[in-house]
Design a protein around this ligand. Structure first.
Ligand code: NAD
Length: 542
């Protein structure tokens, strides 16, 4: 983030750079190449005259702007207050729009997104750094959950409950909740918002989005697409508002009493603060936090499936998924064969421009993420771990990749498995995989469950008895419990989320929508008497 004073200095400075053609092509396809400041606030109107945000391409290090006038402008405190108030006003209008009509608007949003699928996917790739198919796949997730929300808009049913009193009926009614604030992480700059928006909009809420400060262009591009549909339908734009910015903007949104539910996706450290802040004002909070996910490979596993899946789980998105495989527990009888095949795959992968369809390994998102990677490797070395492969940043990459944040995917074998040691118990948001060896499944399950995070887990086996143990009461305690499927790459149909303190909440499919509504238990009396529940008598005229 840079201040207005710095920006003015930049404006006066001669322009020494021009936007690369790879970046220019992606930005132009989404109308983000205007030659003017990009407003970073949308509340029915585009605005923003506060601090400015710089978007830096993780692949090349270039600033994603053609000149200093193209930086993203955040809201001033007054503009932020206005955006929150407009969300509230928009909710007051939108809650009365019939749910199937809300679904129809969502269907149009789905169509508008599908038209821009490739362009938006390329922008995700450019700004976040994930490979192109993953960028496009992320937009597809938004499209899929919009489809889901369209159906849901006709199925968000309550219940009729039998009353103990004659001539009475009890209804459980899902009403719109209010304003839902979505605070999202850098690594899914489109899909996480999509998961929330689709359910929130179908439920009749207004949503206000505070994206990660390092991916403002993705959020502006998405909001342009969504707001065009809202405006075309005569719906207040603040039904899907946007406030770009960093921590200060996030804190204001989280503390605002105008916000009924905060849906936060991000790190454990920030999630802890957000959770406490929202609960201190008795607001509703949904937390999707860190993952420290394990894959367990049994002796009977099909290694032709398991090895490439673990490779994708650990190296895909350069280790920057919440569901990335970070711990690998191998049965002692297959350690050698598994690791030699995995190592071969690791050594075959080459870093490249994520926009190039042939690339499988993109950069880390920021320079700070590289520091996290180096510290993790250093800590492993100091503890006596063997680094089987990787362990360093790539050097001597050709231009323009030499300006990017490329690190080697790393396999480490710590001296022992101690799930209380930070090596095993913390999430390193980079491609570092720690390997442990077990003899009994029960041991591997204990290690799987022994960390504070409980997001995703995966067992590789052909033995139905192992499957039963793994998914049963004494099995994996994570929210995602897979068998012969890697830890990452969830579909939208099931509810997504973790089970333990560091990963609470459910998003996307399943029953997740029930969190986005205000439940009303309504007892209706159709009779000519007014009996009390439980037969209580309270009348002096009876
Ligand atoms: P982060 O916690 O640094 O930031 C998340 C969001 O919170 C950003 O929008 C940030 O600006 C905002 N923020 C920062 N400080 C704040 C404060 N004090 N109050 C309010 N908002 C504040 O996370 P990140 O580095 O962007 O993302 C990586 C993390 O996200 C990883 O830990 C990853 O596991 C997690 N993640 C989890 C899921 C999931 O579904 N469980 C999905 C994606 C990412």
């Amino acid at each position: 983030m840079i201040t207005r004073i710095t920006l003015n200095t930049l404006r006066r400075a001669p322009l020494h750079r021009s936007l690369s053609s790879r970046a220019s092509t992606v930005l132009s396809a989404l109308d983000l190449h205007s030659g003017r400041e990009l407003a970073g606030v949308y509340d029915g109107e585009w605005s923003g005259s506060g601090e400015v945000l710089q978007s830096v391409c993780p692949t090349t290090g270039e600033v994603l702007a053609r000149n200093p006038d193209e930086f993203v402008t955040q809201a001033t405190p007054a503009e932020l207050r206005r955006a929150l108030e407009r969300s509230r006003e928009a909710y007051n209008v939108f809650r009365d729009v019939p749910a199937p009509k809300r679904g129809e608007i969502l269907r149009q949003i789905r169509e508008a997104l599908a038209e821009k699928r490739e362009a938006l996917g390329a922008l995700v790739s450019l700004e976040m750094g994930k490979i192109r198919t993953e960028g496009v796949g992320e937009v597809q997730e938004f499209i899929d959950i919009a489809d889901y929300g369209v159906g849901l808009s006709r199925m968000m049913n309550g219940r009729v409950v039998a009353s103990e009193r004659p001539g009475h009926s009890i209804l459980e009614v899902p009403n719109p909740l209010g304003v839902v604030a979505v605070l999202s992480a850098f690594n899914f700059p489109v899909a996480v918002y999509g998961w929330n928006l689709a359910l929130s909009l179908a439920a009749g809420n207004a949503t206000i989005w505070k994206p990660a400060p390092s991916t403002p262009l993705c959020s502006i591009a998405v909001t342009k697409i969504v707001s065009t549909v809202l405006e075309r339908n005569g719906v207040p734009g603040a039904v899907a508002g946007l406030v770009t910015g960093g921590k200060d903007v996030g804190v204001t949104v989280v503390d605002s009493k105008l916000v009924d539910m905060v849906s936060f996706t991000g790190s454990e450290a920030v999630g802890r603060q957000v959770g406490q802040a929202v609960q201190s004002r008795f607001g509703k909070v949904l937390l999707e936090l860190s993952g420290n996910n394990a894959a367990v490979v049994m002796p009977d596993a099909d290694l032709d499936m398991a090895v490439p899946s673990v490779f994708f789980g650990a190296v895909g998105t350069a280790g920057q998924r919440c569901t990335t495989t970070r711990r690998l527990y191998l049965h002692s009888s297959i350690v050698q064969s598994f690791l030699s095949r995995l190592e071969t795959l690791y050594q075959s992968v080459q870093p490249g421009d994520p926009l190039d369809p042939a690339t499988l390994l993109g950069p880390l998102h920021t320079r700070q993420a590289m520091d996290v990677y180096h510290s993790a490797v250093e800590r492993l070395l100091q503890s006596g771990a063997e680094i089987l492969t990787g362990g360093a940043a790539y050097r001597d990459l050709p231009k323009p990749l030499d300006g990017g944040n490329f690190v080697m995917p790393t396999i480490a074998i710590p001296q022992s498995v101690d799930v209380t040691d930070p090596i095993w118990s913390t999430e390193t948001f980079a491609p570092v995989l720690c390997v442990g060896v077990f003899d009994e499944l029960e041991q591997a399950i204990e290690w799987n469950n022994g960390v504070p995070q409980g997001l995703s887990s995966s067992l590789w086996t052909r033995d139905i008895r192992n499957v039963g143990k793994w998914i049963g009461p004494a099995g994996s305690d994570a929210g995602i419990v897979n068998v012969n499927v890697g830890t990452s790459g969830a579909e939208i149909g099931a509810a997504f989320g973790g089970n333990k303190p560091l990963a609470l909440g459910r998003e996307s499919g399943g029953d997740a929508w029930k969190q986005y509504v205000r439940w009303s238990a309504c007892t209706l009396n159709f009779s000519n008497a007014a009996p009390l529940a439980q037969g209580v008598q309270f009348s002096n005229s009876a």
